[in-house]
Design a protein around this ligand. Structure first.
Ligand SMILES: Cc1ncc(COP(=O)(O)O)c(C=O)c1O
Length: 403
């Protein structure tokens, strides 16, 4: 039996205890004004988060999943149209595609960054699709359906390589919705424009999750879409609120997908600490890196591409025998995670898509080897030293038995 956990994978208690008075004041405010749905706390948070992301608009919704789904709908996706994403992500990315009425296509990820590989995306467009000049649409040959959008996922807090993805989108008239659910505050250096850009400003829209464990987490479910497109922001606001812009005047059928005001108020309190928390994650990641460097032979460390400033939502290493590493760390009271063990194209839910083992070899290789080590802003140096020491102990023992 594993020992009791000494080092958590993620400490959600400490930051909330530290901010307890401010968080409780939000509840007091909501109680004294009965402002539970919509109102100034939601609008304030939307303005503050848009500013944080350098985006013109932010529309708060009730989850990251709905932030994606509503963005696809607001972008005008029609039933049966195809949206391309990666199989190495959380299922919410693809659930949102299906639930917006669209169909999923996958392209593999890059082995170094674990984000969408632009060359694989180009390969899919050039080999599996044909461009219909008359309609200006890219048609997937197999399903004979138009491809309309791309969803790069900024996984683990590192942005995808957006310049080539945006170039391809432009060439084929496709929209891009960034899945930034793990990347609040991450940055991308666009060589094309010679400027650093924030996650959430590069596509037509971007989705953020404020699930409690995210870099910016609510105290419950919450999400938001950012965009620089005013018309899209307006459509998003209608979709999240039963299709109405004016009470009881429903131009379309929408959803009950609003961000509630207590969550928005809590998010405003926590947003003031996000830059500091992200910096702390980066410092911890670089320290992990330094401490692990000389044991790197038996282990692959996360690589930060030159074009990204990651916010290390997760610190993910790769080893051959990851279940054994997890067991070794659990024995020492250290909690770990796997994000994600089964690639989406091999999930039972997606048998209907007809993909098979071997279709996305990078994703499959990565999914079998990844382990997420403890990573949160309050992780202490001595806790980190313990994680490193136990991980190194495991790697060294594997290396000596391999010799
Ligand atoms: C990559 C990614 N996309 C989408 C989501 C969905 O966000 P939510 O859980 O807020 O619906 C998540 C959250 O876990 C995620 O990690």
């Amino acid at each position: 039996m594993a020992n009791p956990t000494k080092i958590q994978f993620l400490d959600l208690v400490t930051p909330h205890q530290e901010l307890k008075a401010e968080l409780l004041a939000v509840v007091e405010k909501a109680l004294s004004t009965a402002g539970f749905i919509g109102g100034p706390m939601v609008e304030n948070f939307e303005n503050e988060f848009a500013k944080f992301c350098d985006a013109k608009f932010c529309v708060g919704v009730n989850s990251g999943t709905d932030a994606l789904r509503f963005a696809f709908m607001a972008a005008g996706v029609q039933p049966g149209e195809i949206i391309v994403t990666v199989p190495h992500t959380f299922i919410a990315t693809t659930e949102a595609i299906s639930q917006a009425g669209a169909q999923i296509a996958f392209v593999d990820v890059d082995e170094k960054t674990y984000t969408m590989d632009p060359s694989k995306l180009r390969g899919y467009f050039e080999n599996e699709c044909s461009f219909d000049q008359a309609s200006g649409k890219l048609i997937e040959k197999k399903r004979k359906k138009p491809v309309v959008g791309i969803v790069p996922v900024h996984l683990y807090g590192q942005t995808a390589d957006m310049d080539p993805i945006l170039d391809l989108a432009k060439r084929y008239n496709l929209f891009v919705v960034e899945d930034a659910c793990q990347a609040h505050g991450a940055e991308y250096f666009s060589k094309k424009d010679n400027v650093w850009k924030k996650a959430g400003t590069m596509g037509l829209a971007a989705a953020f999750s404020f699930y409690p464990g995210k870099n910016l987490g609510a105290c419950g479910e919450a999400g938001a879409t950012t965009t620089n497109d005013e018309a899209l922001a307006k459509r998003m606001k209608m979709i999240r609120d039963h299709g109405q812009a004016k009470k009881y005047y429903h131009d379309i059928e929408g959803y009950n997908g609003r961000l509630d005001s207590i969550q928005a108020g809590w998010l405003s309190v926590k947003l003031r600490h996000l830059a500091k928390w992200n910096e702390s994650r980066r410092t911890l990641a670089h320290r992990y890196h330094e401490l692990f460097t000389d044991s790197a032979e038996g282990m692959a460390l996360p690589k930060e591409a030159s074009w990204t400033k990651g916010v290390y939502h997760l610190y993910v290493v790769r080893v051959n025998d990851r279940e054994a590493l997890q067991a070794h760390l659990a024995e020492a009271g250290i909690a770990t995670g796997i994000h994600y063990p089964i690639p989406l194209h091999l999930q039972k839910a997606y048998e209907c898509l007809g993909y098979k083992k071997g279709d996305f070899p990078v994703t499959e290789r990565v999914a079998a080897e990844i382990v997420s080590l403890p990573m949160f802003p309050q992780l202490t140096r001595s806790q980190q030293d313990e994680v490193v020491s136990k991980t190194r102990e495991f790697v060294a023992s594997r290396m000596s038995t391999a010799r």
